[in-house]
Every structure is written in structure tokens, then in C-alpha cells.
Write a protein that binds this ligand. Structure first.
Ligand code: GLA
Length: 437
């Protein structure tokens, strides 16, 4: 009897929880603490790198002062380990008082004043993955209300320490609870990871009605192996996951690790290119205070961002996997344009890959191709032209391809997000200038 009641509830909840608040029509962009700063709570010995309000203020400063916000990087997202070990006397989550002495509402104001948005982390279960207080079914309502009252703009809802039935109930319930606060909040669900990431366990079309984005697969780590492993999962399963993506609903292969310790320059460009092709959230987890100019240039590449943020919101696919370890990825874009990525999985030397657009299923016609990382444009291309690209080991060549006959210059917008701008100076900074090829 109890089981039947649970099943009924599960069947009813999604129908009443559609989260269609107009947010995230393009994949979210921003910064998140987890991959780089983990659960470092040792503020005594490591004050600059521990999970504290200082860290998030520092990152908000960097995002607003170093050109990130204008490119669309707008969310500053707190991950695990921000709470006190106990809820307050009214049952609400509360931040650790020594690491967040001014509280989350104050941090939200600081972030909003800089034209940015605040994200926070909670976990559907008895405890977070790191053992901090979780959100059991009876706490969903109060936690959604608390986040709204603080001015939170984005919730990452993890799924450690709960069972499949609790998750099946909890994720839609949280969607509904966020909606009924009246505050528009983006909702990132880790649900698929906990049930294997694939149909029939995951109903991706239902999920898209409940969440704006979702983690499908394992956590990213700071290495090229980890990036490759994630890309392999998303391409092996592209028939299941690629159609699920679209405006307001995104697959999330996890954070950008560019600027950390594990990727070479070529591998950094590869991650950026592949995340752009996959219409993935561009959420960095790095130290923006000490980022190298090289990493910054990759992360701030306007055309790569423009491709990622294309308003059609079609996720790309792997088209070809050659025996030579070359792979070709493709994503259709607005204005009859498209993006191509040639990836070299060989570890030892640059590879000369010869192909033509017709072999890549392009229609008959003339094209131009803008090389996203070199800045050079290939003109006089037709579908039949045989061309060669030289691809570095574990690197990419990325092209933005568009019809040659296009009469006006094509525009790739990397800066079309709306920001809440506080000061006249910031208002002036809000140059919504399109990138013109
Ligand atoms: C899980 C998530 C990570 C991170 C940690 C925090 O592993 O997948 O992204 O949030 O929990 O504990």
C-alpha cells in the first residue's frame, strides 16, 4: 500500500512542477568553487583558499573587473561545505559563522552590486557528499524559501545520501518549491548521475521540464584523462543525451578546469572547443586571481563563447572517429553557420588531416571558415574543396563555418546576457557589442 502511494506521488509530482521561468535560454556561464577549492575549510592556515565569503568576494571582484562579466560569465557558485554542521533553531540551513560571518544575503548583495548572480549548493538527502546537513524531503520547502529570501539565483542540487525513491520525489518537489518562491532561480540537478545517467533510468524529456541543467556523469578532475573520459561518455551516449538539450535545458559535463594544473595549452583549447560544441555550461573552477594570460585568452575567446551560446541551442555531436585517432565534431548554429572541431587523440605529434566539407555532410555551396584559435579565415572553400588541417597532439582545430554568399558580416555574440547593473560605471561597462568576423 505504502509503495503504491509512493508511486502515485511520483507520477503526480512532475506534472505540477514544470520549471519554465525563462532562465538559461543559453547555457549558464560563471565560476564554481568545487574542482579547484574542494572542501578546504582550513581558513586558519589557508585563508585565501578556504571556502569562505572572502573567496567568493574575490572571485566576484575578478569576474566584474577582468572582463568576464561582459562575456557572459555571471554566476558565482558556492559548492559543498558552506554550511554550519547544524540547522538553526527554526530548521533553516545556516552558513558556517566563522567562514561566512556576514551571511549569505550579504554575499548575494555584494555579488549583485557587481552585476553578477549567486549560486548555492544543497543536497537531496540526509547529508551532502562531504557530510554537511542535507535536504530531506521535509526540508525542501524551507530550504527553497531560505535561498529565495537570501537572494540566491541558482541552486545546484546534489544527490548524495538518498535513495532512488527519495530522489524521484525530491528533485521535482524542489523544482516546484523554487518556482513557488516567486524568485526566478536556475536549477541544476545532479539526479542523472545517481541513477546511471541513461534511459530508461533517466527520462530526459521529463527532466528538462524540471531542471535547467543536469549533471549526467562523473565529476571532472584536474587532468586530460578526466576530460577525455567525460567526452567519451557524452559521445558514446550522444543518441540518448544530445536530443535532450535545448534552450532552458542543458546537459552538464561538469566544470571547465582550464587554468589549473592538469591541462597543457593544447588540452585547454580542446576542453573549451568541446564544451562549446556540446552546448555545455561554461562554469570555470580555477583561481581567477592568479590565472595565466594564456588560460585567460582561451576562456575569453569570444568566438568559442559565441558558439557555445548560440541561441538555437542545438547540442553538437561527434561525426567521425577515424582509426588515426582523429575525431570530428559538428554543431549547427544560427544563420546557417556551424562549428567544426577536429580533435587529435594522438599523444606524440601533429597530425595532418585531409578531408572536405562534403565528406562532413555539408550541402553543395561556397563557404568561409574562421579558425577560432588562430584568428585566420579560410575563404574560397566549396563543399568539394579538399583541405588539410594540422592538429597538435591532444589538441584541436576549431572552425566557425558559414556560407560564403552571406551578404552582411556574420555576428557571433558572446555578450548577450542581461545583467542587473548597479552603478553608472557598470552601466557604461555593459557594452553589448557583438563580435564581428
Ligand atoms: C559531488 C558533486 C561535485 C561536488 C561534490 C561536493 O561529488 O558531483 O560536483 O559538488 O559532490 O561534495
Amino acid at each position: 500500500m505504502e509503495f503504491i502511494r509512493t508511486l502515485l506521488l511520483v507520477a503526480l509530482v512532475p506534472a505540477t512542477s514544470a520549471l519554465d521561468n525563462g532562465l538559461l535560454r543559453t547555457p549558464p556561464m560563471g565560476w564554481m568553487a568545487w574542482e579547484r577549492f574542494r572542501c578546504n575549510v582550513d581558513c586558519k592556515n589557508d585563508p585565501k583558499n578556504c571556502i569562505s565569503e572572502e573567496l567568493f568576494r574575490d572571485m566576484a571582484d575578478r569576474l566584474s573587473e577582468d572582463g568576464w562579466r561582459e562575456l557572459g560569465y555571471e554566476y558565482v557558485i558556492i559548492d559543498d561545505c558552506w554550511t554550519s554542521m547544524q540547522r538553526d533553531k527554526d530548521g533553516r540551513l545556516q552558513p558556517d559563522p566563522s567562514r561566512f560571518p556576514r551571511g549569505i544575503a550579504n554575499l548575494a548583495r555584494y555579488i549583485h552590486d557587481r552585476g553578477l548572480k549567486l549560486g548555492i549548493y544543497a543536497d537531496m538527502g540526509t547529508g551532502t557528499c562531504m557530510g554537511y546537513p542535507g535536504t530531506t524531503l521535509d526540508k525542501i520547502e524551507i530550504d527553497a524559501q531560505t535561498f529565495a529570501s537570501w537572494g540566491v539565483d541558482y541552486l545546484k542540487f546534489d544527490g548524495c545520501n538518498s535513495n532512488a525513491i527519495e530522489q524521484m520525489m525530491g528533485y521535482p518537489l524542489m523544482s516546484k518549491a523554487l518556482n513557488s518562491t516567486g524568485r526566478p532561480m536556475a536549477y541544476s540537478c545532479s539526479w542523472p548521475v545517481y541513477v546511471g545517467g541513461l534511459p530508461p533510468n533517466v527520462n530526459y524529456s521529463l527532466l528538462g521540464d524540471i531542471c535547467h541543467l543536469w549533471r549526467n556523469y562523473n565529476d571532472i578532475q584536474d587532468s586530460w584523462d578526466s576530460v577525455q573520459n567525460i567526452v567519451d561518455w557524452f559521445t558514446t551516449n550522444q543518441d540518448d543525451v544530445q536530443p535532450a538539450a535545448g534552450p532552458g535545458r542543458w546537459n552538464d559535463p561538469d566544470m571547465l578546469i582550464i587554468g589549473n594544473f592538469g591541462l597543457s595549452s593544447d588540452q585547454a583549447r580542446s576542453q573549451m572547443a568541446l564544451w562549446a560544441i556540446m552546448a555545455a555550461p561554461l562554469i570555470m573552477s580555477n583561481d581567477l586571481r592568479t590565472l595565466s594570460n594564456e588560460a585567460r585568452a582561451v576562456l575569453q575567446n569570444r568566438v568559442a563563447i559565441g558558439i557555445n551560446q548560440d541561441p538555437r541551442g542545438v547540442q553538437g555531436r561527434r561525426l567521425i572517429q577515424e582509426k588515426s585517432h582523429i575525431e570530428v565534431y559538428w554543431r549547427p548554429l544560427s544563420h546557417s553557420a556551424s562549428a567544426l572541431v577536429f580533435l587529435n587523440r594522438h599523444q606524440d605529434m601533429p597530425y595532418l588531416y585531409r578531408t572536405s566539407l562534403s565528406k562532413l555532410k555539408y550541402q553543395t555551396g561556397g563557404y568561409k571558415a574562421y579558425n577560432v584559435f588562430s584568428g585566420k579565415t579560410v575563404t574560397d572553400l566549396t563543399d568539394a574543396t579538399e583541405f588539410t588541417v594540422s592538429i597538435n597532439p591532444s589538441g584541436v582545430v576549431m572552425w566557425y563555418v558559414y556560407p560564403a554568399k552571406t551578404s552582411k558580416p556574420l555576428q557571433v555574440r558572446g555578450m548577450h546576457k542581461s545583467h542587473r547593473i548597479a552603478s553608472p560605471q557598470l552601466q557604461k561597462d555593459k557594452m553589448n557589442r557583438p563580435f564581428v568576423l
